[in-house]
Write a protein that binds this ligand. Structure first.
Ligand code: SF4
Ligand code: SF4
Length: 472
């Protein structure tokens, strides 16, 4: 029985509720009245219900899809402006006791070179990432209580925050580790993590169990209820996601909406971010066995509908996707992207020659961070290395309150320009610097609050003079 406030995974992600929503969507996919009602609601930044999402993702009328895309662009522009937040994943260890069929780190992959970074190697990796210009990391590690226990993760976070190399610093460490206990989430909170990220992979229980045949991750309820434990442990910002293509992507999109509603109804605040990865080729993984892969057009529709459904939740896309597709979905609603990424353990400090078989999956966008910054700038987007909210204590409900009243826009734009300026001064290639400076010159005028605008101009001057780390 569906109950959004239940503590039980199978009640807040209720299979029958998802099926009836999909059925509602199929029956009403051409219901102009209901579709217009949903689009009007979304145009007022009020989001969409899971049933409305089902209706829009079922819709295959070209004119309506075009309307959805245009509205998603409008909502994105109003709430996020032209800013795109940049981050990089950092793989600490690929030891894993689980058997996830879609991941090269699965325990039975004997070809995988197993590796765990020492604290010294983490310093080398983070130094390399700082030299690229990154300020925000997503830590990734396989699940292995012996090789990467929570103590190792905590020690690594401390190491990362402590590295100050030239003008570099990692100012926000998001963490993507296996589902764990409330006590361990409290330890992660105390270590000062940004967002705790955990992908559900698929919400469809039989498929979930099939895809995770062994190890602790096999337990559907423990995994699905992880965000409740994280929030109970005091982590305000959580990031959810489904690996689209493992099961019917429409089912998983509706299930994500139910997960969001559960967190909102239970904790008063939904997820900080949603990730929408699609299955990618990887060592010892046959992607051809997944019949549910998501075509590009459907993928774009999902991103656009999610943007309408949860206007204040960041949408993340990784280098799993090609440069071309990333360009399209950035327009439709994506607000954060990774750049210059390596999915190898030790992949940033190693040369191509030294690299061994340690990657989790193949990346599809091979551009350097500088190339991405330049590309965004040339296309009128503001590459942002901002980490200010977490450092100013604007997390969870406090963040959402500011986001929903639109006040956050003032500081986002200013922080984006300040952090871009730092990047241009410290790391950019000449062409990137030229395009970035032109962008800053134009975009500083778009800051809505006059006082913030004046102060931003002052900070930009000071950064040029060598000072760093201003924020609103
Ligand atoms: Fe291990 Fe995570 Fe890969 Fe599963 S997805 S095999 S838990 S690293
Ligand atoms: Fe994100 Fe806050 Fe920075 Fe805006 S000001 S980009 S919401 S961290």
């Amino acid at each position: 029985m569906y109950n959004s406030k239940s503590q039980n995974a199978e009640e807040f992600i209720d299979h029958e509720e998802i099926l009836s929503s999909l059925d509602f969507g199929k029956k009403n996919k051409n219901n102009t009245e209901l579709i217009n009602e949903a689009l009007e609601q979304a145009a007022q930044y009020k989001g969409l219900s899971h049933k409305q999402v089902a209706m829009l993702i079922e819709c295959n009328d070209a004119d309506t899809i075009d309307k959805i895309y245009r509205l998603a662009e409008q909502v994105k522009l109003k709430i996020y402006g032209k800013r795109i937040v940049l981050f990089a994943p950092l793989y600490l260890s690929n030891y894993c006791v689980n058997g996830c069929k879609y991941c090269a780190y699965h325990a039975s992959n004997c070809d995988m070179k197993r590796k765990k970074l020492s604290q010294e190697e983490i310093i080398q990796e983070v130094t390399a990432l700082q030299d690229m210009g990154h300020k925000r990391l997503a830590l990734e590690t396989g699940e292995d209580p012996v090789n990467s226990p929570i103590e190792y993760v905590l020690e690594s976070i401390k190491t990362i925050y402590g590295i100050k190399h030239k003008n570099g610093a990692i100012r926000r460490v998001n963490v993507n580790i296996a589902a764990t206990t409330v006590e361990n989430y409290q330890k992660l909170r105390d270590a000062g993590i940004g967002t705790y990220v955990l992908f559900q992979e698929t919400y469809h229980k039989p498929t979930y169990e099939l895809m995770h045949p062994k190890g602790p991750k096999h337990n559907y309820a423990y995994h699905t209820e992880a965000m409740d434990r994280a929030m109970t442990g005091g982590i305000d910002d959580v990031g959810i996601g489904a690996l689209l293509g493992l099961y019917d992507y429409k089912y998983d999109t509706i299930a994500m909406m139910l997960h969001i509603k559960h967190l909102e109804d239970t904790f008063g605040v939904g997820p900080h971010t949603i990730s929408v990865p699609r299955i990618r080729p990887a060592d010892d993984v046959d992607v051809n066995i997944y019949p549910n892969s998501v075509p590009d057009d459907e993928f774009k529709k999902i991103v656009a509908v999610l943007r309408l459904a949860v206007p204040y939740t960041g949408i993340i896309i990784s280098t799993r996707e090609s440069a071309e597709l990333r360009a399209e979905v950035i327009k439709l609603g994506v607000s954060q992207i990774s750049g210059g990424s390596s999915t190898d353990v030790g992949g940033y400090a190693e040369t191509e020659h030294q690299r061994e078989n340690t990657a989790q999956f193949e990346v599809n966008d091979h551009r350097t961070l500088d190339e991405i910054v330049n590309w965004l700038s040339q296309n009128g987007y503001v590459p942002s290395f901002c980490t200010a909210c977490y450092r100013e204590g604007r997390t969870g409900e406090r963040f959402m309150a500011l986001a929903k009243t639109g006040q956050i826009g003032n500081v986002c734009q200013a922080n984006a320009l300040i952090t871009l300026k730092e990047y241009l001064e410290d790391y950019a290639q000449p062409q990137t610097k030229q395009n970035g400076e032109k962008l800053i010159y134009e975009q500083v005028e778009v800051i809505p609050n006059p006082k913030v605008k004046v102060l931003t101009k002052d900070y930009l001057e000071k950064i040029y003079d060598g000072q760093r780390d201003f924020r609103f």
